[in-house]
Design a protein around this ligand. Structure first.
Ligand code: NAP
Length: 495
């Protein structure tokens, strides 16, 4: 890719697609699958084919891991300053190509261009952050407390990594893993989601231009995720798996990793409670809820899934949410003015429809939306439900769509218990103007992250991750690189 294009509409889409590689990226080259297989990538706004991409099979996966294994020793020995510089060059290229990469993402995933641009900026920040972390990899040297020797601690890359990413943030979920892997000196094989392989292939080109050596990053889109990845996991030739996706798949992968005792990082599903206390600033709470609910059309692990509003406020809160949601412009993400794009596919649409039907069957009222939009593309209208029962499926499963499910509560103890009544624990949101309550509740909530009077927590400079069945490990922040480093202790005899 060169500099950004400036056309509009279909012409621009065609130009962006034409410049995007569609081969597997193995050992520094874009290539066909060994058996020549390909698959089609669809535009969720039109259900039409966007691109045809090479479809990796078992042999291609193996070749990619062989390349990563072969490159590991040399890359681990690269001076940290060089790894820093590669990441900073890639960061700069992401900035320069932000417009066209946003187009590509909007085409394959559906999100509005403004959100896609935001994601490219967010994705690039992981490279800048981890470029700095590469320079801060430290160790230790201390007298043994027994006084008989010295304790030396070196921090070394874990080795070749397998990285698996989902479709909802096609660029940022990749850079959030590749940033720390590259900073630490690890090589990798990354498998993007089959709905959205193009963003990662565009990134492969950027990494190559940024000077990342052949074999260090390999990208293998495939329609056979299990068939390709399981033998690589079980081979033991990779030393780590970092996965972002559903809890269901994450558990299966943990079992596979047990075989060769691979290190794992698991960023899994969420079921975020969003709590509005009676002393909250209503305007701020509505604005925060719009962000926490509608970012990425609700297709985010951090999306507000259960919105608990104090009974004294719920009517006003519901009316304001309904007014804001009803005004949103739904359409093709690449069209000017679109605020809400399509869902990813037919199955996602069916699930959202089923959850809304289940909630209304159990007594919820629809304040706005609630009926699937006809026509092509996978569109669902912004919807507000109130009086959602705590038994409803929407209270226990990720909605993953533009549906705000409101439930009233009376007391702090009651709402904390309800919020924690889930197997998930990724993020919670709390809106209150009472500082003591804010901190008390934040400490009692069983989640890896809490948004206090704010509807977005994602930040490359903070540790992102969950507890309970939302995952293991943290991405981002100063601890993010630890997931890709081992501490090696060397005992030294003196005298
Ligand atoms: P998914 O079905 O679990 O898929 C995620 C990735 O795993 C995709 O690349 C998928 O490939 C791959 N995969 C599926 N089955 C596999 C197998 N047997 N072996 C190896 N890889 C396999 O999840 P999704 O529907 O794409 O993504 C949405 C989920 O991700 C939600 O639960 C969301 O909460 C979670 N998420 C979590 C975070 C976080 O940071 N905690 C961030 C974003 C999303 P295919 O595309 O080929 O199926």
């Amino acid at each position: 890719m060169t500099n950004d294009v400036s056309h509009t509409g279909p012409e621009r889409a065609a130009e962006v697609l034409e410049r995007t590689p569609t081969g597997l990226f193995i050992d520094g080259e874009f290539c066909d699958a060994a058996d020549g297989s390909t698959f089609e990538v669809l535009n969720p706004a039109t259900a039409r084919v966007l691109a045809t991409v090479a479809d990796a099979g078992v042999a291609d996966g193996r070749r990619a891991l062989d390349a990563a294994v072969a490159a590991q020793e040399g890359f681990a020995a690269t001076p940290a300053l060089e790894r820093h510089d590669m990441l900073m060059r890639a960061h700069q290229l992401l900035r320069e190509r932000r417009e066209s990469l946003a187009w590509l993402m909007s085409l394959e995933m559906g999100k509005p261009l403004a959100e896609a641009q935001g994601e490219i900026a967010y994705a690039g920040e992981f490279f800048r952050h981890f470029a700095g972390e590469a320079l801060r990899i430290d160790g230790g040297y201390q007298p043994a407390p027994q006084g008989t020797g010295r304790l030396l601690v070196a921090r070394q890359p874990v080795g070749p990594c397998l990285l698996i990413t989902p479709w909802n943030f096609p660029m940022a979920m990749g850079t959030r893993k590749l940033g720390p892997a590259l900073a630490a000196g690890c090589t990798s094989v990354l498998k993007p989601a089959q709905q959205t392989p193009l963003s990662m292939l565009a990134l492969a080109q950027i990494l190559s231009e940024a000077g990342v050596p052949p074999g260090v990053v390999n990208i293998v889109p495939t329609t056979d995720a299990g068939g390709v990845m399981e033998p690589l996991i079980r081979s033991g030739d990779a030393r780590k798996l970092s996965f972002t996706g559903s809890t269901h798949v994450g558990k299966r992968l943990l079992e596979q990793c047990a075989d060769k005792v691979l290190r794992t990082s698991m960023e899994l599903g969420g079921n975020a409670p969003f709590i509005v206390f009676e002393d909250a600033d209503l305007d701020e709470a509505v604005a925060g809820c719009m962000q926490a609910k509608m970012r990425n059309m609700g297709e985010a692990c951090t999306a507000a899934n259960r919105i608990y509003v104090h009974s004294s406020l719920i009517e006003q809160f519901g009316d304001r949410m309904a007014a804001r949601m009803g005004e949103l412009v739904v359409g093709d993400g690449t069209a000017e003015g679109t605020q809400v794009g399509p869902l990813i596919d037919e199955a996602a649409l069916d699930k959202v429809e089923a959850l809304v039907g289940d909630a209304t069957d159990r007594g919820a009222q629809v304040l706005v939306g609630g009926q699937r939009t006809g026509g092509t593309g996978y569109f669902y209208p912004p919807t507000v439900l109130t009086g959602v029962s705590t038994d409803a499926r929407a209270a226990h499963e990720e909605i993953f769509g533009p549906v705000a499910a409101l439930t009233p509560f009376e007391t702090e103890d009651e709402v904390v218990a309800a919020a924690n009544d889930t197997r998930y624990g990724l993020v919670s949101y709390v809106f209150t103007n009472d500082l003591r309550r804010a901190l008390r509740v934040a400490e009692r909530l069983e989640s890896g992250m809490v948004g206090l009077n704010q509807g977005v927590v994602s930040n490359p400079y903070a540790p992102f991750g969950g507890v309970k069945e939302s995952g293991l490990g943290r991405e981002g922040g100063s601890v993010g690189i630890d997931e890709f480093l081992e501490s090696k202790y060397i005992g030294i005899a003196l005298g």
